[in-house]
Design a protein around this ligand. Structure first.
Ligand code: ADP
Ligand code: ZN
Length: 725
């Protein structure tokens, strides 16, 4: 009996099908959740103990765990979350684990340093002190122990003084763990006085927080109704009861403005978690969250996988936002997974939006989610009036994109010293460049997509793969020089037009490529708030999360842009985006106007925007989805098969087609060429699997894919609940 070693399953942060068994050497304390170093092939790697050994391999054939990392173990709820995300998305569990182990350095023992405090005996010796020594003790009297260099600096002495004092027993060295401390947002601080409707909504959320149980609530309210103010009350309640809070925002809405507002309300900054952190910041934040030293984390979607010690509330702001659904190796929707994470820690989740996703609307109507409503803007202000400009009647001048009513409105806005936002969701100068001589558009060599001219940077760029090339003089198809024409507008071209129309105006571009980084984006937002910009020209970056007090005119240059292409969510997404953009206008004491240029003013989306009747639009869109058996009434998964050799891709597709599941309530569409038939040199085909709501797609997919052989060059990407296709 004593010869049989204990074995455990260790999950490694690698795309392997399952956890591996390892044996536990005598004397090593190992429990589920421990981060352990294990051998894998010829190297060592860090994994997480996932449970007791499977027993599939005899213990004597297994390799030993090398050591246990000096980090807090991964909580049971987080491990179950990893398993859940893996089972739902069909991504290998290790690929999901990798997201929860994004900061390996945080698993090592924190560094220590020596700090000095006054020795107990130093008072007796006070009479014999030199001035220098007295100053040192003076500094330590009420303050914390300090490292030698720092202590010497603030006392105005040399470090040798500190060393000597320590050697003769006046100072006492202490070893201390180096760690960053995080200020604590104060849950007891009073917020602003809430209106009666806000107070009811806030109480609804606070009750959920105090229940310490899972619940999901949609916080639905027009822009400016005080949703943020209301969920701040829920955050305050969670903090006051000693719990941690996670706020998820779409990355680009994670602004300095939001942080400032939070700080004003709670007296301290939250910890933020996003792609712009340095590795040191990541490590310190990760550890502090695990140790329960951080009260509130505001982050992008990856923050879902942080090791909270004591999570008591999750808020997903702008819950409808498509950027919550992405593929970082694992394709998951952070909003939906936030609901799962909340359930696994028995905490409430609040989903906030002025334009909730249809999924959430249906979840409220079926009673799965609760809801609280804020029907009016705070302070009785009106929403911007929104008018459609029919481009078939009000044509812009030739080669121009702004219609006469828009130009006129801009003129009046400029004269009134107010600000205009021109919204066009297209980066660069022109979406397509054409050779007049042969009629060819310039394509990306690796993708089925046009290269987009970025005139300010003098390059042609593929927005799908990042390929960039300098503009050539000659056409690469026919060789004719100097015959290129730019087709259609991008924001740079619009800036050119606006500058011609308003040469005195201060104009700025606000897009992800004119703004190099977060700091510059913050600076641009500040210039806008300070009134140093008259006309802001932007893509979606400008549409989200900002609050510009002097902005009174929003013009949407091409409202039809997102409606073409036959995507499931085209109408929903366009409505949400334009409604949000229009919501930027007139937020302070001035009424706002939004002008929406369209070729299809009769389209239900435009009708809904103009009439402001969101609920009617939602009802009509839901009816269409229901009739088509599409989400949220049916389930969808997409399967993309790609590879450099189209014949190999087609072979896999044929094999898949032969084995496709046949079952009532299940429809297989495809194979067909995927949108972006060529991406990064890989040919792409697609199947769509559509099922009724009561059928789970995961077992179907698993059975379907089980015995499909893939040549090394062919890749298969599964996307459960694709956002767009
Ligand atoms: P939403 O998140 O719904 O867009 P916000 O919470 O940002 O709305 O509120 C819009 C504006 O109104 C903000 O400037 C906010 O500070 C202000 N506001 C909302 N509610 C109150 C309140 N009860 N007292 C004072 N200001 C408020
Ligand atoms: Zn490309």
């Amino acid at each position: 009996m004593e010869n049989i070693k204990r074995t455990v399953r260790v999950l490694l942060p690698l795309p392997l099908a399952d956890a591996y068994d390892y044996s536990v050497p005598e004397g090593l304390e190992v429990a589920a959740g421990h981060f352990v170093v294990v051998p894998l092939g010829k190297r060592l790697t860090i994994g997480v103990v996932w449970g007791e050994g499977s027993g599939e391999v005899a213990p004597e054939k297994l390799r030993d765990i090398e050591e246990v990392m000096p980090a807090l173990p991964m909580a049971d709820a987080l491990r179950r979350f990893v398993d859940w995300v893996s089972a739902y998305t069909l991504a290998p569990p290790g690929a999901v684990l990798r997201m929860a182990m994004s900061v390996p350095s945080a698993l090592e023992a924190p560094k220590t340093e020596i700090v000095y405090r006054a020795a107990a005996t130093s008072d007796d010796a006070a009479l014999k002190l030199t001035n220098a020594r007295r100053r040192v003790l003076e500094q330590l009297k009420d303050g914390p122990a300090l490292p030698a260099a720092e202590l010497a600096h603030i006392a105005g002495v040399g470090t040798s003084v500190i060393k000597t004092m320590a050697s003769i027993g006046l100072l006492e060295p202490v070893e201390r763990t180096m760690r960053r401390s995080f200020a604590h947002p104060d849950g007891q601080r009073q917020g602003p006085e809430l209106s009666p409707e806000q107070a009811i909504a806030a109480q609804g959320l606070v009750d959920k927080v105090l229940a310490h149980a899972f619940s999901a609530t949609l916080l639905d309210g027009v822009p400016g109704s005080g949703k943020t103010e209301v969920y701040f009350e829920a955050i305050a309640a969670a903090l006051a009861s000693g719990r941690q809070v996670l706020v998820l925002l779409p990355e680009i809405a994670l602004t300095a403005q939001w942080l400032k507002r939070f700080e004003d309300r709670f007296g301290a900054m939250p910890a933020s978690w996003h792609s712009g952190l340095t590795s040191l910041e990541r490590r310190e934040t990760w550890r502090a969250i695990a140790e329960g030293r951080v009260g509130v984390v505001v982050g992008a979607r990856s923050a879902l996988f942080l090791p909270f010690a004591n999570l008591g509330l999750i808020v997903v702001d702008e819950e409808h936002d498509g950027s919550f659904k992405q593929d970082d190796g694992v394709s998951y929707n952070a909003r939906d997974m936030a609901v799962v994470r909340a359930r696994l820690v028995s905490a409430p989740v609040v989903l906030a939006s002025a334009t909730p996703s249809l999924e959430s609307v249906v979840n409220v109507s079926t009673g799965r989610y609760g809801s609280v409503h804020l029907p009016d803007r705070h302070g009785g202000r009106e929403l911007a009036t929104l008018s459609a400009i029919d481009l078939r009647r009000q044509q812009p001048a030739r080669g121009r994109w702004l219609s006469p009513p828009v130009v006129e409105a801009m003129k009046r806005t400029f004269e009134a010293k107010e600000q205009t936002l021109l919204f066009l969701n297209r980066r660069g100068y022109a979406p397509m460049t054409l050779c007049r001589a042969c009629g060819h558009g310039i394509e990306c060599p690796q993708c089925s997509a046009w290269l987009v001219e970025h005139r300010f940077r003098r390059t042609l760029v593929c927005h799908h793969c990042g390929h960039a090339e300098p503009p050539a003089r000659e056409c690469k198809y026919c060789g004719t020089p100097d015959q290129f024409v730019a087709c259609g507008p991008g924001v740079e071209r619009l800036a050119e037009e606006a500058l011609e129309l308003f040469p005195e105006a201060r104009l700025e571009l606000f897009t992800s490529d004119s703004l190099m980084n977060r700091t510059e984006a913050t600076a641009a937002v500040e210039r806008m708030i300070a009134g140093e910009i008259d006309i802001l020209i932007g893509t979606q970056m400008a549409a989200k999360g900002h609050h510009f007090p002097n902005l009174t005119l929003v013009a949407v240059v091409d409202a039809d842009l997102g409606l073409n292409g036959g995507d499931l969510r085209a109408a929903e997404r366009t409505f949400q985006l334009l409604y949000q953009v229009a919501g930027r206008a007139g937020r302070e004491d001035r009424p706002g106007r939004a002008l929406v240029q369209t070729h299809a003013p009769e389209h239900p989306v435009m009708q809904a925007l103009v009439s402001g009747d969101r609920d009617r639009f939602v009802a009509a869109e839901l009816a269409d989805r229901r009739a088509a058996g599409m989400p949220p009434f049916g389930r969808l998964a997409s399967l993309i098969i790609s590879g450099p050799d189209p014949a190999a891709v087609d072979n896999v597709c044929s094999a898949l087609a032969r084995r496709a599941p046949h079952q009532d309530g299940v429809t297989i569409l495809g194979p067909s060429t995927a949108p972006l038939a060529l991406l990064r040199g890989r040919h792409r085909r697609r199947f769509l699997l559509k099922t009724s709501r009561d059928i789970a797609v995961q077992p179907l997919l698993r059975a379907w894919l089980e015995r499909i052989g893939l040549p090394g060059s062919v890749r298969l990407q599964i996307d459960v609940d694709p956002y767009s296709f």
